[in-house]
Design a binder for this molecule. Structure first.
Ligand code: FA5
Length: 342
């Protein structure tokens, strides 16, 4: 190869390389062009370098000088093309991020737990019947959970095996003083309200209660109750039955019948178990009765002046009946496939 031929080859190489680098539409095409022209093993520049070595030694300085010039030019043309394509890719990507026509990722919206929904409905229904909401602590003393409810110290309901007594909380409350426990019923709130307030009283209390019951389809060691208490002049069991029937009919949105079965609670006399019939099936919902005169006296009311009724219903039972749920444990397994249905 003569010097003239070599220089012509070099110019051809430079113009073709520049054209290819500029024409490359993306980084993959550019990389293919780089391998063809500047590839370290068999690129065209490498071939030219070999030809340079074969030129007569007299021509080599001039050829070499031009060779290095062309190499620098082509390499910087490659770099320029690379930057241009990288920039373009960045712009495309950022345009994607801000493209308002692409459908968004819909956030998963949850909803209230079925028990919370039931509680809200019960509060709303009882509110319409004129009952206001009262509250009490879940960690209780024995006075409010038992004593004031006419449950004496030797009563089996106070057995340590039937209650969650709290040693640490009892110590905080005064060492040898009253034992503390997780309340086993919402009837505790009856006492707290009557201690604070003169009759008439018309309240509900809603919340968690705790009993060391073995979990099964209908029992959970933690569950919810709704307590109702009405104390006034000349309150009768007919009032109790009417209120329970209205509660049942509003909650189930249909005809509900109430059946009282004789029972015993130390804090009501007479006492009954409440069954509700909705859509032809009887279900036991809770206990109720006329407030025992001993309870009225314990809070400073005069049983000759006022009378009252009280009831306590299992909220899980109501919710299960409404939705046809047959296992109470489902409420607390936190399986969204179950919870999502309500
Ligand atoms: C009571 O708790 C009384 N305090 C009710 C009462 C209030 C009577 C006011 C008189 C006046 P009982 O232990 O039967 O009663 O419980 C009431 C309801 O709570 C039951 O009918 C049932 O629906 C529900 N219940 C009881 N134990 C459990 C449990 N382990 N899991 C789920 N629900 C339960």
């Amino acid at each position: 190869m003569t010097l003239q031929e070599f220089l012509a080859e070099l110019e051809l190489f430079a113009s073709e390389a520049n054209r290819c680098f500029q024409a490359a539409g993306d980084l993959t095409a550019l990389e293919a062009a780089r391998i063809e022209f500047l590839g370290a093993r068999s690129g065209r520049l490498k071939q030219l370098q070999k030809s340079l070595g074969q030129l007569p030694s007299v021509d080599r300085p001039q050829a070499g000088q031009r060779f290095h010039q062309v190499r620098r030019e082509v390499e910087s043309a490659f770099q320029a093309a690379q930057e241009r394509l990288a920039d373009r890719q960045k712009t495309v990507r950022s345009a994607e991020v801000f493209d308002p026509t692409i459908p968004g990722v819909r956030p998963v919206v949850g909803h209230l737990h079925p028990i919370t929904q039931t509680i809200d409905q019960l509060k709303e229904i009882m509110g319409r019947l004129g009952f206001s909401l009262a509250d009490g602590p879940e960690v209780e003393d024995e006075w409010h959970n038992f004593e004031a409810l006419n449950i004496p110290p030797d009563h089996p309901a106070r057995d340590p095996l039937d209650n969650f007594y709290l040693a640490a909380a009892s110590r905080l409350a005064g060492g040898a003083g009253p034992s503390m426990l997780l309340r086993s019923q919402t009837s505790t709130v009856q006492i707290r309200v009557m201690e604070r307030q003169k009759p008439p009283v018309r309240i509900i209390a809603v919340g968690r209660v705790y009993r060391p019951d073995t979990p099964d389809q209908t029992h959970s060691p933690m569950f919810h109750q709704i307590e109702g208490l009405l104390v006034d002049r000349r309150v009768t069991m007919a009032d109790l039955k009417s209120v329970l029937r209205m509660l049942g009919m509003s909650y189930f949105h249909g005809e509900v019948h109430i059946r009282f079965r004789p029972s015993f609670f130390p804090f009501t006399e007479p006492s009954v178990e409440i069954d509700m019939n909705w859509q032809g099936r009887w279900i036991e919902m809770g206990g109720a009765g006329m407030v025992d005169p001993n309870v009225l006296r314990a809070v400073g009311y005069d049983p000759e002046e006022v009378s009252g009724f009280a009831f306590g219903l299992g909220i899980e039972r109501l919710c299960m009946r409404q939705h046809g749920i047959d296992d109470i444990r489902e409420f607390y397994r936190n399986d969204v496939r179950f919870l999502r249905q309500f």
